[in-house]
Design a protein around this ligand. Structure first.
Ligand code: SF4
Length: 242
């Protein structure tokens, strides 16, 4: 089976521990209003690649991964191609290379999705909004699948770093962050909760694609606001397995 890849980023120092090789898989079921990668939404934009060819590409960077680095499957939504990730996993493992998943978790919990999660070293889980109303309003998708994924991550105790993009005027308030914390507290899979700043660097993609940008009037989240809100969540989250 081929995977459909939007792009690669070698030696990425973000999106997971250590030096990472990021594989951006094409296709996403969500339409987050703040998406900075609208060019990844459709699987048809991806180029096909076999699991073997992908692992050959990645293995060239193995010396840089050391003990903490590896592959990050991102997107789009990587779990939309969970079967391809499952096929790739044993080949990566044979090379001694691990992977993490950078996902919204908003996919049906199929056998393939469980397999891709089980074989991963952990997840970066974007908890986009804390309840069904906000999730639906700002992503076009309900929250139920995310909650089922979170429950499964607890069941298998998969190390999970939860992240939320903070958008000015939408979720940049402590009372809303309390609702995220209510959602997360008590989940044993959660190792850390990180807030990410909304930025405008992807705006040009909406223009290039000639699609409406719902947040075209927004400015980037100021750094001091992010710091203050991160301090707030750090003081109020209860981590069972930090
Ligand atoms: S899940 Fe990611 S790629 Fe998909 S719409 Fe949201 S921000 Fe964009």
């Amino acid at each position: 089976m081929d995977g459909y890849v939007h792009s690669f980023e070698s030696m990425a120092a973000v999106d997971g521990a250590g030096i990472r090789y990021a594989v951006f898989l094409a296709g996403c079921p969500l339409r987050c209003v703040y998406c900075h990668n609208p060019d990844t939404w459709h699987r048809s934009v991806g180029k096909p690649i076999s699991a073997e060819a992908l692992v050959r590409k990645v293995a060239r960077y193995k010396p840089y991964f050391k003990t903490t680095g590896g592959v990050t499957f991102s997107g789009g939504e990587p779990l939309c191609q969970a079967a391809f990730i499952c096929e790739t996993a044993p080949l990566l493992s044979r090379e001694g290379i691990g992977y993490i998943l950078d996902t919204s978790g908003a996919v049906p919990l199929t056998d393939e999705v469980r397999c891709a999660i089980d074989r991963s070293d952990g997840l970066l889980l974007d908890l986009k909004f804390p309840d069904d109303d906000l999730y639906l309003r700002y992503t076009g998708h309900g929250i139920d699948e995310v909650l089922r994924t979170l429950a499964y991550l607890d069941e298998v105790n998969k190390p999970t770093v939860v992240r939320t993009v903070i958008v000015p005027g939408i979720n940049d308030r402590e009372d809303i962050l309390r609702r995220y914390l209510d959602r997360l507290n008590g989940h044993r899979c959660v190792r850390r909760y990180e807030l990410l700043p909304f930025h405008t660097m992807g705006f040009f993609k909406y223009e290039n694609l000639a699609i409406p940008n719902p947040l075209s009037d927004k400015e980037a989240l100021p750094h001091d606001v992010l710091e203050r809100l991160q301090s707030f969540v750090n003081a109020n989250i209860t981590l069972q397995n930090a």
